[in-house]
Design a protein around this ligand. Structure first.
Ligand code: ADP
Ligand code: MG
Length: 613
């Protein structure tokens, strides 16, 4: 029998490769933008027609190509970026596979014009379905323009597979954002169907975020910055109170490349565990820099997935750094956090041993202490996290399947409080508005506090510690109140009875569905116990079903929600001081356990704004 194996013609091989590299118009946009950036462009124009179906053009002012390279760049495995396999581990460029242009040219009509600074004449190449139609000299500006026309013109199956224009355009914008965010120093203009949709000038990272997502982001973000010899983290985190039900603006960049990494996204999100209600997600814009030798970018043709050599270390480091940033910054609105975000990576010494980073939240943050405002970022690292505890933490994480949906429970990193005595807050005056708002003066600012929400935070923290360490003292009732519950609720109450005892409620079953409350928390007006317990059980149930809240947090949350408005009015400076000390003793005084804002800091900036609008 004859041999039956033969090599595929290049045009077919390229079309097959294109199936992976160019899935939709936005993938072509991404590849062209990355090439422009690799070419050192300072200014890039993107011109799109019909959501990329008929035209995708990228024009850059980068270094351009020689006459021959202008043709060679469409060959498969043609790249100027690496020359041996080892180069893969010292990548400084976005591209390296040498297949993007070959793939695009296999499934579209491509027109390339390019010129290098040193050449008088530029080159023009027309290529269609991998076939060169024209290769001539031309006059053109320094840099490169690539126009991709009629994408998938020869692959009807792919063309028919495209979604609506709105969806494809949204995908293109998303790719554009991913590239533009991490290259804020580059200017971009974006046109769709002849209309200028976006113009971005070279700017700082924070300004770029604001330019893309809107002015409100000025106030919604706080910075994160952490350096070790192994890696550097910089960027901005979204405040807890702006968390959304949808995973919205979540951008993680490693070595200036947008990446998707569920494990690392989880490391970031889980740092918010205590301060964001279940089911909500924070925004983040985080840039990691690591030695390129420690990551593998070459695990997917589109290069958005990566593999980290020291995954566990990076995970722990990132998680701790986010917690630290939250501890330092989320408590007070940062009105100006435009500080130098330049990355500074120390070289990793050969054979150096990798240490678990030693960071923890500053649990003693106190806005009434002026030095903390000033030295916020230079605060000495606190007690290092014990490595055994890290191991446990890590094991828990690994047991949790990493999926698109972040699992709702993760054990908290054990963070220890400093032993140093907390300073007590003192005030001279306070103002009450309807016993609902409290206005006090901190050092240079006014604090406007929602009393009921603050009370919820205080009670919640107390309940959590009562459930885990020190039960709340009880006071026996002379005439125990009886409560009546439906069978389902009665079962639930029996299940929670021991925990409720820790919280000061001693409950006894007297007959089917009937309970006696024999004792209530010491020194507390117990109020209407029937509705208190009933509502609490309702909340508990719904938290369990909807948010899969873990037991302790759920009980604390359900009960503090009921009790938050049962607070005695604040009647003296001492009472207000005590209340403030309780609130600011919390690790997260700024939000209630369900994510509502507890206070606003009013300084001259915010007041100016308030009065000028
Ligand atoms: P890769 O980016 O992986 O090298 P591509 O197929 O995207 O592969 O590009 C092939 C080569 O063409 C690049 O290595 C580069 O030398 C050249 N090239 C592509 N786009 C540009 C551009 N905009 N400016 C200058 N050179 C370019
Ligand atoms: Mg490329």
């Amino acid at each position: 029998m004859d041999d039956i194996i033969h090599l595929l013609p290049d045009s077919v091989a390229n079309q097959i490769a294109a199936g992976e590299v160019v899935q939709r118009p936005s993938s072509a946009v991404k590849e062209l933008l990355e090439n422009a950036i690799d070419a050192g462009a300072q200014s890039i124009q993107i011109i799109i027609k019909d959501a990329g179906r008929t035209l995708i053009q990228v024009i850059d002012d980068g270094k351009g190509m020689s006459f021959n390279d202008a043709r060679l760049c469409f060959e498969r495995h043609a790249t100027s970026k690496i020359s041996c396999a080892n180069d893969l581990f010292s990548l400084k460029t976005k591209g390296f596979r040498g297949e993007a242009l070959a793939s695009i040219a296999a499934i579209a009509q491509v027109e390339l014009k390019t010129r290098r600074q040193e050449d008088e004449m530029g080159a023009q190449v027309l290529i269609e379905g991998s076939e060169i139609k024209e290769h001539t000299l031309t006059t053109t500006a320094v840099g490169t323009s690539i126009a991709v026309k009629n994408l998938f013109y020869n692959v009807p199956a792919r063309r028919n597979f495209l979604k609506s224009d709105a969806t494809e355009l949204a995908n293109i914008e998303e790719e554009f954002h991913r590239v533009a965010l991490i290259h804020p120093q580059i200017a971009f203009t974006f046109y769709h169907n002849g209309k200028m949709m976006r113009q971005l000038l070279g700017e700082s990272f924070k300004q770029r975020i604001v330019s893309i997502f809107g002015n409100s982001y000025q106030e919604k973000l706080f910075p994160i910055e952490q350096q070790t010899e192994y890696m550097s983290i910089t960027g901005y985190l979204g405040k807890a109170e702006n968390a959304k039900k949808k995973r919205g603006e979540q951008y993680l960049f490693i070595n200036h490349r947008f990446v998707k990494h569920n494990g690392l996204a989880f490391a970031i999100e889980s740092a918010y565990n205590q301060i964001i209600p279940e089911g909500y997600h924070p925004a983040f814009f985080i840039c990691l820099e690591v030695n390129p030798a420690t990551i593998d970018v070459n695990i997917s043709p589109t290069k958005v997935e990566i593999k980290l050599q020291e995954e566990r270390l990076v995970f722990g480091f990132l998680n701790a750094a986010v917690k630290k940033a939250i501890g330092e910054f989320s408590l007070i609105p940062q009105l100006d956090f435009d500080y130098n975000t330049e990355l500074d990576i120390n070289n990793i010494p050969e054979n150096s041993t990798l240490k678990i980073p030693t960071i923890s939240i500053n649990t003693n943050y106190n806005p009434f202490k002026s030095t903390q405002y000033e030295s916020g970022r230079n605060r000495p690292a606190q007690k290092p996290v014990d490595s055994q505890e890290w191991n446990n933490f890590w094991e828990n994480i690994q047991k949790t399947p990493v999926t698109e949906e972040v699992p709702s429970t993760v054990s908290e990193l054990p963070l220890e409080k400093d032993n140093e005595e907390d300073e007590k807050i003192t005030i001279n005056h306070y103002l009450l508005v309807h016993n609902k708002f409290l206005l006090v003066k901190a050092k240079e600012e006014l604090l406007l506090i929602d009393i009921i929400r603050a009370n919820e935070r205080v009670i919640y923290d107390r309940y959590l510690s009562a459930l885990n360490q020190t039960p709340i003292a009880v006071q026996q009732s002379l005439f125990p109140e009886t409560i009546t519950l439906t069978p389902a609720k009665a079962d639930l109450l029996l299940e929670l009875r021991d925990d409720l005892l820790n919280l000061g409620y001693e409950i006894e079953l007297i007959s089917k569905g009937q309970f006696a409350v024999n004792a209530t928390p010491h020194n507390e007006d117990s109020g209407d116990l029937q509705s208190l317990i009933e509502n609490m059980l309702d909340d508990y149930q719904s938290n369990m079903l909807n948010h899969r809240l873990e037991r302790d947090r759920n009980i604390a949350l359900a009960l503090s929600k009921q009790k938050r408005s049962q607070m005695k009015p604040l009647n003296s400076v001492e009472e207000v001081e005590n209340f403030l000390n309780l609130l600011f003793h919390s690790m997260v005084p700024s939000v209630t356990p369900s994510g509502e804002k507890v206070y606003e800091v009013l300084n001259s900036n915010t007041l100016d704004k308030l009065l000028n609008n």
